[in-house]
Structure formats: structure tokens, C-alpha cells
Design a protein around this ligand. Structure first.
Ligand SMILES: [Zn+2]
Length: 259
């Protein structure tokens, strides 16, 4: 038997220590990586995020059915951002204005522009979208000019400054026609392409909920790259923080390693 994210979600929902133990070992490193990107200079953030995940009232696992890891991490990312203090932007811009301004861009260009709200540089964004960093830079300059034409007050960092608020609005704006996680995963894994799927592409091209969702999925792929689980010793303080009953050895290691 292989213990995966599916089993973890099931066990955490049932409040079994093996689920929570696996969560700490496997996902504290992921939360750390996300915090390093989004929450630099907020030393209490990791504990807050973990406690928020564990809290039975606002548990991450409450609203989740057993799901593929990448979907889980995309949701975990939302949980991390929800726990971070985000000061209001000096110049505010709403999603409607962004959608109106960026309407002339193609789907891929919109993604390149949107990932700027997630604070990734062109050099970081290029590999996520499999395009050159210079292409991302060019698209973002064009997006900035398009925005400039729609607002009274402007600065180049408008998308980044308003990133958290825009992300929240987009995440809440899903419709019945929105693409399923499975479709996004099929596209990311190359089981499916946009080619010949005009209806899907047309929807995503005009739906900022789907653009945000897709961008968060490509972010997850990058975030999970090279992440190593915690050692038993490293995980101990977090298990203690969450009040997880001690197990002699993590049982998935027992299952994997025999003795
Ligand atoms: Zn949609």
C-alpha cells in the first residue's frame, strides 16, 4: 500500500494521527516555500497557517474531498495567503477593470500578466508557462500600458500591489462553465492540449476565475519541485504544536521499509 495525499485527506478528515503526521512531514516544507515567497518577514506565519489548517472550525480538510496532490496544494496555497496580512494597495484596482483592460490579450498572454499578481518575476514565470522570460516581460509591459489606458492613477506595479485582493476576487468568481481540476491536470500533464478545444479555450480566455485557477496550478507544479519531506526530528515540534499523538515511527515508513 502506498500512502498518498488521498489517504492523508481521508485520515485528517477522520482526525487520525497518521493523516496529520503525514501532513506535517510532507507539507510543512511546502508551506515554508510559499511563505518564503509571499510572507517574508512574518515569522509567526508558519505556526498560524498550521493551526488554521488544524482548527476544526476552519479546517482545510473539511471542505475537501480526497483529491490529487496538486489540487490539494493549490488549496493549501489559498490557506497560506489567507493567513498573511496584506496591506491595501496605495492605488486600488478591481478585477473588472483588469478584465476590461487586458481583454485584447491572448489566453497565454493573460496568464503571463496574471502571474505578476502572484509576485513571480519574468525569469520565474517563463518556465511555468514554457515561454522565454523576455516574452513574459514584453507581455507584461503591454499589459501595463493597457491598464494605464483604463485608470486615472497608475503605476507599473499595479497588478502586483493588488495581487492578493485580485486573487481573492478571481477565486470567488467561479461559474458553472468553469473547467474542472481534472481538465487542468490533463492539460498540465500533456494528456490534453488546447488545440481543437475552442469552447474550452474561449471560456478560459474570458474567465479570470479559470485563468487564476490555471496559474495557481502551474505555480503548484513549480512549488512542489525539489521539496523534501521533514525528518522525524524536524517534524516533532510541529506535531507538538498541533497536538498530534506520537507514533513510534511514521507508519508509511513502516509500510514502505518493512521492519
Ligand atoms: Zn471559468
Amino acid at each position: 500500500m502506498i500512502y498518498t495525499c488521498y489517504e492523508m485527506i481521508r485520515d485528517c478528515r477522520a482526525n487520525k494521527p497518521e493523516g496529520w503526521s503525514y501532513f506535517v512531514t510532507s507539507y510543512v516544507p511546502v508551506i515554508r516555500k510559499l511563505l518564503a515567497h509571499y510572507g517574508a518577514g512574518d515569522p509567526g506565519a508558519l505556526d498560524r497557517v498550521l493551526l488554521a489548517c488544524r482548527d476544526p472550525e476552519s479546517s482545510l480538510f473539511r471542505s475537501l474531498e480526497p483529491a490529487p496532490e496538486r489540487w490539494f496544494v493549490a488549496e493549501l496555497r489559498q490557506k497560506v495567503l489567507a493567513e498573511l496580512k496584506s496591506p491595501a494597495a496605495e492605488i486600488e484596482i478591481d478585477l473588472e477593470t483588469v478584465a476590461d483592460a487586458l481583454q485584447p490579450l491572448t489566453m497565454l498572454e493573460k496568464q503571463a500578466a496574471w502571474i505578476e499578481t502572484m509576485r513571480y518575476s519574468p525569469a520565474e514565470t517563463g518556465p511555468m508557462l514554457r515561454v522565454a522570460a523576455q516574452t513574459v516581460e514584453k507581455v507584461r509591459s503591454r499589459a501595463a500600458e493597457l491598464l494605464r489606458g483604463k485608470v486615472d492613477a497608475w503605476r507599473r506595479s499595479l497588478l502586483e500591489d493588488n495581487g492578493v485582493a485580485l486573487g481573492r476576487t478571481a477565486a470567488a468568481a467561479g461559474t458553472e462553465d468553469c473547467l474542472s481540476v481534472k481538465t487542468f491536470l490533463d492539460i498540465l500533464d500533456g494528456r490534453m492540449t488546447w488545440r481543437g478545444r475552442e469552447t474550452l479555450e474561449r471560456h478560459v480566455n474570458s474567465c479570470w476565475h479559470c485563468i487564476d485557477h490555471f496559474c495557481r496550478m502551474v505555480e503548484v507544479v513549480e512549488t512542489l519541485r525539489g521539496v523534501q519531506p521533514l525528518s522525524d526530528q524536524e517534524a516533532a515540534p510541529y506535531r507538538k504544536l498541533l497536538g498530534i499523538a506520537e507514533q513510534k515511527r511514521p507508519f508509511w515508513k513502516r509500510l514502505a521499509g518493512g521492519g
